[in-house]
Design a protein around this ligand. Sequence first.
Ligand SMILES: Nc1ncnc2c1ncn2[C@@H]1O[C@H](COP(=O)(O)OP(=O)(O)OP(=O)(O)O)[C@@H](O)[C@H]1O
Ligand SMILES: [Mg+2]
Length: 336
Amino acid sequence: MSETVAIRVESLSKTFGRRKKRRVEAVKRITLEVHTGQVYGFLGPNGAGKTTTIRMLLNLIHPTEGCAYIYGQNVQRNHSVLRRVGAIVEGAAFYNFLSGRRNLEVLARTANNYDPKRITALLEQVGLAGRAEHRVKGYSTGMKQRLGLAAALLSSPDLLILDEPTNGLDPSGMHEIRQFIRELADEHGKTVFLSSHLLSEVEQVCDRVAIINLGEIVREGAVTDLLEGKTQLRVEVSPADKAAQVLQEHWSLSTTMTLPAIPSPPIPSPTTAAVKQPGNSNARWLTVNASHDDAPHIVRHLVNHDIDVFQITSQRQSLEEYFLSVVREETERAAG
Ligand SMILES: Nc1ncnc2c1ncn2[C@@H]1O[C@H](COP(=O)(O)OP(=O)(O)OP(=O)(O)O)[C@@H](O)[C@H]1O
Ligand SMILES: [Mg+2]
């Protein structure tokens, strides 16, 4: 039987601290499924419960309730299934006084799969070949992260579980690692589960995402489905404060509304109404969570309230904006 499900998490919970005062419900009854060959993103703000979930998946901590399965095996009962998993968990530890290559050698020998050619190839793949003989002590955060990825791949795992794999990488490093992760899935059939709060990264590399906030999964789905129909209208208005007030009677505004005019203004599409800006210094861009069809209503509403409209343009919401709006909404809801 071919395996289709790499990870299954059922009603998984973790509560830290016994005393009521110190109790933290880090993960609350989360359920999710990751199919083989997918790159699955686990998104959430700081403290959302990402690392705690990953630690439970790897059997590093025990769930308070619920179960985690990898390739159908309960990770708490059948540890051996974890041999098929390569992982980076927060702050991978290496021997500082050894070189990157020596660290990988030690790990490989411990796991009984020492193969110098493979180590050389991995160092090359993660872009560390030039620094392989240097001590880890002198590595930058990004270089340690790359070494962590090489270490995770050492045993040729079927499944990679990566906690914030692009942490500490510069934009070009992120791009490389993103491409590398995509290749692992597309060309080598690996399944990748990665956590991140760098949403633009996740948007570009993941097939599916779950958004976790305050220990709960608040959205889950294919990236394209989550963003379907999620548009925003950007409108340049004066006076902006009054416009924001008036618009909020019917629509929600994105937090990016407080940004001043963006450096390169969006090119208005032929369907958007554009009015030349007469150099009004009170004019500001507001971002409204509304569909393209709402544009005429928004303009009418503003004009009826004596607000000047200079430009209006629609844009697709990025995963980042979507994520921020979901987190804001859910946090407000949780606060009652
Ligand atoms: N060992 C622990 N003891 C007590 N509380 C903990 C422990 N580990 C995590 N927590 C708490 O659980 C919650 C979730 O933490 P977790 O590290 O899983 O978040 P995260 O999503 O990985 O955040 P980040 O993006 O900052 O890495 C936080 O409130 C954290 O303080
Ligand atoms: Mg974390």
